[in-house]
Design a protein around this ligand. Sequence first.
Ligand SMILES: [Zn+2]
Length: 242
Amino acid sequence: MMGYSHSVSAAAAWFALNESGLIHVHDTPTLIVTTLVAAGAGMLPDIDHHRGTIAHSIPPISRWVARLAAAASGGHRKGTHSIVGLAVFWGLACGADRLLYQGIPLLALALTGFAGGLALRVFKAPGGWLGAIGLSVATLHLDALTHMPWAILTGATIHVLGDALTVRGVNPFWPLTVKPAVASMLWRKSGYMALPLLGEAGSARENILTSILTLYIGAYTLAQLGVLNTYPLEGVRALLSL
Ligand SMILES: [Zn+2]
């Protein structure tokens, strides 16, 4: 999947979790900040790619971090695209929340600003990294930090699931490689697993899925702002029960 699709699907997943009641972010400013964090975290697993969006985000530091992440995780689509990698992302976000400097969780604010800033860049929103600093400041005054580890976990998980829908697939059990008795498209000889419904990354099918998710995000936003009376999943459920 391409960076934009990862971010859109992560934002849509964050809204869907909220709509289904698995998370509870009701005030609009907190929802905006946490959604941008989830959308940015939707690109986080590709921190293992030295030519990826993250590697080019704050040069040269981001390039060094990308090389370090690739070395630590065994290369592209390995450690950062596994259950272990997701646990590490979540653990880092939880740890950042607890590290305080004079009562201020500086690391968590930086992580929030970085993830949110990535989303602003990929959505081509004006403001760039200035917007990211604004997000960090806003976070201080909102209830966003308690949700931050979950937003990061949601974004990163949706990324791995998105890549699992492409031909190349992922190895969820890294550093272990579980090889199949009989290799197939779903479970390759290399141990990589995929449900390649989207074909190659950047395919027309991926674009269609991203467009549908964008419509969902739009409908959810209108419902959140009170323009629509019904949230989209609720609306679909009502239609199906007619
Ligand atoms: Zn990826």
